[in-house]
Design a protein around this ligand. Structure first.
Ligand code: NAP
Length: 259
């Protein structure tokens, strides 16, 4: 696929460049600073992608890039939590998704595929009768991801084949962003499931009356920590292969197999 990658200078976005290339996608990376990207990734990776400068909040520019480069898929890894100020993740999701919807319409109603990144709190908390993990977390831990979730839930899949990957914590396996010639032969090692986290296992703490259901989340969420490189491989391997619709219009969780 021809993939527009937003947030390519970020922790996840930079790992997505080699992963998307390894899965034989054509990569158009949109960054706020070409110079910053140059300092972060290897020259032989840069040589294999198209780089454009732009702000993900500028929906008209995102639309132009999608059209000019004939992209049929998007990975949005742009934006992060703002510690002292207004959150922007929901606005970025709205800007990018609306641009994609317009492009799909201009192409005669052929929807683009897109993966967005959210937080694990948006997933259902098993055993609570349909409550979500974020309902048991302090507001500051989830408000930014709630915005992204609200934006995506309002987008019909007939106009954008979106998936919201709901992430706990991601950490690097390697500080280097390496060139991959082919997808990881061993696979990304992640199990993936829609709506609630895969392979959920409560800690003994959950049995503590009243507060156990809250305290349980500390060890359990930590057990969903993943490697950035694996998450990048998972997204790169799934984007555009969703014709069966398994994850289209879904909030999706993941866990290291055996983790
Ligand atoms: N890392 C985690 O453990 C974790 C956990 C849960 C969820 N997530 C979510 O996963 C996503 C990626 O996380 P990350 O750790 O890779 O974040 P990150 O390292 O902070 O990267 C954020 C990226 O977004 C770009 N960006 C910010 N505002 C932008 C804008 N207005 N227009 C275009 N680009 C913009 C940044 O560009 P500049 O370089 O120009 O600033 C950077 O490339 C985020 O949505 C984050 O909330 C991450």
């Amino acid at each position: 696929m021809r993939v527009l990658l937003l947030g390519a200078t970020g922790n996840l976005g930079s790992r997505l460049i080699p992963a998307l290339l390894a899965h034989r996608h054509v990569v158009v990376a949109s960054v706020r600073s070409r110079e910053k990207l140059r300092t972060l990734i290897l020259a032989n990776l840069l040589d294999r992608i198209t780089v454009v400068e732009g702000d993900a909040l500028d929906s008209a520019t995102v639309e132009d890039v999608l059209q000019i480069h004939d992209c049929d898929a998007i990975v949005n890894a742009a934006g992060t939590r703002i510690w002292n100020g207004e959150q922007i993740l929901g606005r970025i999701a709205a800007s990018v998704s609306s641009a994609a919807v317009r492009v799909g319409r201009q192409r005669g109603g052929k929807p683009l595929s897109a993966w967005f990144i959210g937080g694990m709190g948006s997933l259902e908390y098993p055993g609570t009768g349909g409550w979500h993990i974020q309902d048991y977390l302090p507001a500051w831990m989830s408000e930014h991801h709630r915005q992204t979730e609200a934006v995506m839930r309002a987008v019909p899949t007939a106009v954008l084949k979106w998936t919201l990957l709901c992430v706990a914590l991601m950490e690097p396996r390697s500080k280097m962003v390496e060139l991959l010639e082919q997808p990881n032969r061993m696979g990304h090692g992640l199990s993936i499931a829609a709506r609630s986290p895969p392979a959920w296992q409560d800690s003994w703490v959950r049995t503590v009356p009243v507060i156990g259901v809250y305290l349980n989340l500390v060890p359990v969420i930590r057990s969903y920590t993943t490697k950035l490189e694996d998450v990048a491989d998972l997204i790169a391997g799934n984007i555009g292969h969703d014709e069966g619709g398994a994850f289209v219009g879904e909030l999706v969780g993941m866990k290291e197999i055996g983790g």
